[in-house]
Design a protein around this ligand. Structure first.
Ligand SMILES: [Zn+2]
Length: 122
């Protein structure tokens, strides 16, 4: 019996504001607060809002550098997040590459991708 299980992600912010309103999430925003990792699923509108909020914080922040090695005997947990770029669709990747003038770019910083999303994916 062929079975197809589909998982659909909805915007966390829309859902918290209006639990009856399910809006497709188009982005995953990953961040770490006090060494604890979090994720917010967002629609395009809330991606822009959240990125603006994060940018306000980042203006005061400095990068912490290398993570501390894991204590002996404990495996180091590696949280591997999908990059913002890899979460774009094929046509969005092409449009983004045009926008950044990097036609063959494969590894692109999440910040650039969020800037592009914040501009309405031109
Ligand atoms: Zn939303």
């Amino acid at each position: 019996m062929p079975i197809k299980t589909v998982t659909q992600n909805f915007c966390d912010v829309c859902y918290k504001e209006h639990p009856n309103k399910l809006v497709d999430a188009t982005n995953e925003l990953h961040f770490t607060w006090q060494k604890k990792p979090y994720i917010i699923l967002t629609c395009d509108r809330h991606t822009i809002e959240m990125v603006e909020q994060f940018n306000k914080l980042l203006a005061f922040a400095s990068a912490e550098g290398k993570a501390r090695p894991a204590p002996k005997g404990q495996p180091q947990s590696v949280i591997k997040n999908k990059s913002a770029f890899s979460s774009l669709s094929g046509s969005e990747k092409d449009r983004f590459r045009n926008w950044v003038h990097m036609p063959n770019a494969r590894h692109i910083s999440d910040t650039r991708v969020y800037e592009w999303i914040a501009l309405g994916k031109p």
